[in-house]
Each structure stands twice: as C-alpha cells, then as structure tokens.
Design a protein around this ligand. Structure first.
Ligand code: ARG
Length: 460
C-alpha cells in the first residue's frame, strides 16, 4: 500500500503490532459498500469510464458476497481491512483497474466512515432489544396493577408503592437509553468519506453523493474533524455504559429479591443456574453477569476516552484503538440483553409476601403526618408527632395502627380527638391511593403512566 518510499518491508514485530484484521474485518461489508459509492463518484468525476465502473462494481459485488458468506478471509500478512480488500480487488480486477479505486480517498476517512456505519447498525439492534425489555417490564407492571411492595430509600423501608410503579421506574430509565441512542444517531449520521487523509477531497469527488449512497444524512462539514474526531464512538460507548449501569441496578434488585431474606421473586429454571456442589442452589447468574458486565462497559468507555485524550489533530495511529472498545460494548449488550429480558419476563413475584412487608418498618408514618396536615397541623409539628408515634410503637412493640387511644392522645391532641380517623389512613391501599398526583404511585396514575410509557416507546 505504501511501498514506493521504502527500501525494505516492515519488520515482523511491526507487522504484528500494526495488524488489525483480527478485529476490523467485521467492517469489511461496509468497506466494500463504501468502495462502490466511491467508484461511482470517481465515474461521475470522469476518472472511470462506463466500462471500468461496470467492471469495478461487478468485482466489488463479488467481493462483498464472499465477505458476507465467509468465503473471503484476510490473509496473514494483510495489515488491516482496507489493505486486505484492496489486495483482493487488485487480484480480481487486475492492477490497472483495481489500482484506480484508491484515488481521492484515504484509510483515514474510510475507517472513520465505516466505524460510523457499523455503530449505527449496532445501535439499531441494541435499541430494538432495549425496547423489548421495556415492553416486558410494562407487561409485568400491567399484570400486577394493584400489588403493593415496600418502597425503599437507603435500602430501608420508606413508603409503600405499587410493584408496577417500581418496575416502570426501571422501564423509564431504559427508555431514555433508547432515546439516547436515537439522539446520538443524529451526530453519527454524517459521513467523513471524502475527507481524505485530513485535508478534504480532491479530484472533483462529491462527498455528499457518497454519504447519500451509504445512508448518511449528509457529509461532515470539516475534513480534519471528520478524520480525527471519535466523540461519536465515545458517546456510543457512554450510552452503552449507561445501559449497563441501568441494567445493573435492576440486576442488583433481582439478586436481593431472590434471596431467602427478601423472598420477593422466584427465578425461572431456564433463567437461573445451579451449583456444582450444593444441590439446593438456584442462582441469579444472569443478574450477576449483568452487574459484572456493567463494569466491563464502563471500562470500554474509560479506555476509549483515555485513548482520545490529548491526541493532536488530525489522524494518529492511536485511533486504531477506537474499535475494540465499541465493538466489545455492542457485543456485550447484544449478548446480555436477550438473557436479561428472558429473566425479567419469567420472574414470579410473591405478591402476598410483598403485601405483607409493605406496611412494615413503619412505612406509613408519613401518612400519619400527612393526615395531621390535612387537619390543619403544620408539617413540622406533624412530622414530630408521627416520629413520636413510631418511637412509642417501638417501645410497645406494636404497629402504628395498634397504638392505644391514650398514646395517640398523648402524642398529639388531634390524634386523640379522632383515633379512628388516623387508623383509617394507616392502610397500604389508602397510602398508595393517596399519592394521586401525576407521577405518583396511585393505581390510576400508574395505569396512565403505563399508557404514557407505551406511547413513548412506540414513538421511538
Ligand atoms: N487501521 C487503521 C485504523 O484503524 C486505518 C487507518 C490507517 N491510517 C494510517 N494512516 N495508517 O485506524
């Protein structure tokens, strides 16, 4: 590819270091498609005759088919995907015709373009899988329209919430990740092809025509930026890491929920694993792998950012290190998501246990305070009174709705006036139903929220 200036070939050690076909070959179909588009602009610029173009496209199509079928593989001494494909083109089209394709382009604009093409396809596949998971969460929420559970802050019982509300909280976070991939695509949808090595296209070639043929919305406005920037890759890695983090939060809950102590869920046999020594075990391996792979996805992002930091413009060979992190991020999610979604879809919730636990830990104390506020008591005083009620319950070893009338009266006059009134608000159902503003956990609001989520998902 660059022999003219050199008296000798590269040392074996350099060739081994330089080589990237072991990971960049997956870009080969995109590279061939881009070559076809490039051949057409060479033709439009008068640099290929009609016959040359026709023959070039025929050979490229054959190469494309052989790449896709797997019949064509890079040779041991091919440096990268571009070099390998050029070698094959020269073999099949002959040096005179094959040697014309490289005019007006560089591996620098090629690789920047192919990476975008590839990541756009991967992002589409990840988005589709994420939407399936969102729908599984929505369907599970829908299947449990009134089931209550202990809502937590600091992992301590806080206030009762609907199980559906909790599940939809995860769904919204994942839906934003889908949105992030969509928004990212607007920036990924510009083609760097035609930027050349860095300075732009010569020979009258039209970058916009190539961009359109390759499914881009347009071409990059700056050839230096087009070849040297990788923020598109870093942003992809960020969104993938964010997905990993969001999955890991649900994963951690599944791990906890499946313990004997929580007992909230049972895992399906097909989506859990056993132990080689302990016959009784049923382990949440999918959730644990999700948690673990979040670390890997974060590593992909931080590794890539570290590669990019302080790189002078324009292309530097460091940029060859851009591919493995984003390939790994996409591969990881595409491997993880089907298993994760299957696990979530087959969770069996013990709604009786969830309901039993929902009021425990004095999770209705806020309702006592809210009750007093409705009776005209300042919240500050109401909070004090509810806190005193909890303290008294702890002394007596009882629940809030079991506090004797005399204790209620001693804690606050308003509680003494109408002990039945306060006991009436001390139900999980009442507490949940009372949180009926937009975004709240009241069943009617959660039903609306479910519809809103599905509409938002459909619009993506
Ligand atoms: N394999 C290279 C990469 O992945 C392609 C670009 C090579 N450009 C160069 N000037 N050596 O970045």
């Amino acid at each position: 590819m660059w022999g003219g200036r050199f008296a000798s070939g590269p040392s074996a050690a350099l060739a081994a270091l330089s080589k990237s076909t072991q990971f960049d070959w997956r870009l080969a179909p995109h590279d061939v498609r881009a070559s076809m588009a490039h051949a057409r602009v060479l033709h439009s610029a008068g640099l290929l005759t009609d016959e040359q173009l026709a023959r070039m496209l025929e050979v490229l199509q054959g190469i494309h088919d052989d790449v896709v079928s797997g019949a064509l593989q890079p040779a041991d001494d091919d440096e990268d995907v571009h070099g390998a494909l050029e070698r094959v083109l020269l073999e099949r089209a002959g040096a005179d015709l094959g040697g014309r394709l490289r005019a007006g382009r560089s591996r620098n604009d090629q690789i920047a373009t192919l990476l975008r093409m590839h990541l756009r396809t991967e992002a589409g596949a990840i988005r589709a899988q994420l939407l399936e998971l969102v729908e599984v969460l929505a369907a599970t929420a829908q299947a449990h329209p009134t089931a209550a559970m202990p809502g937590r802050t600091h992992l301590q019982h806080a206030q009762p919430v609907l199980l559906a509300h909790h599940l939809l909280a995860h769904a919204w976070a994942l839906l934003r990740d889908v949105e992030r991939f969509r928004d990212w695509d607007a920036r990924a949808a510009l083609s760097p092809y035609g930027s050349g090595a860095l300075a732009g296209s010569s020979l009258g070639l039209d970058p916009e025509a190539v961009a359109a043929e390759l499914g881009f919305a347009g071409s990059v406005p700056n050839s230096i930026d087009g070849t040297a920037s990788r923020d598109v890759a870093a942003e992809f890695a960020f969104v993938a890491a964010m997905v990993g983090v969001d999955l890991s939060r649900l994963a951690e809950e599944v791990v906890l929920w499946a313990t004997k102590e929580f007992g909230f869920v049972a895992l399906d046999d097909a989506f859990s694993t056993g132990s080689s020594i302990m016959p009784q075990k049923k382990n949440p391996d999918i959730a644990e792998l999700a948690r673990g792979k979040a670390g890997r996805l974060i590593g992909d992002l931080t590794g890539l950012l570290a590669t990019l930091k302080a790189l002078p413009l324009a292309y530097n060979r460091d940029l060859q290190e851009d591919k493995e992190p984003v390939f790994d991020a996409a591969d990881t999610l595409l491997l993880l998501l089907p298993a994760f979604t299957g696990m979530v879809a087959t969770l069996r919730f013990d709604t009786a246990r969830l309901a039993e636990l929902a009021p425990q830990g004095f999770s209705l104390a806020t309702d006592v305070a809210d009750h007093l506020v409705r009776l005209g008591v300042p919240f500050r005083d109401a909070h004090e009174a509810a806190g005193a009620a909890v303290r008294r319950c702890e002394e007596l070893g009882c629940e809030l709705d079991e506090l004797p009338d005399a204790d209620l009266a001693a804690i606050h006059a308003k509680l003494g006036e109408d002990p039945a009134g306060v006991r009436a608000v001390l139900t999980v159902e009442g507490s949940i139903a009372s949180r009926d503003a937009r975004g709240g956990t009241a069943p009617a609001r959660v039903a609306e929220q479910l519809a809103e989520l599905r509409a938002a998902a459909t619009a993506l």
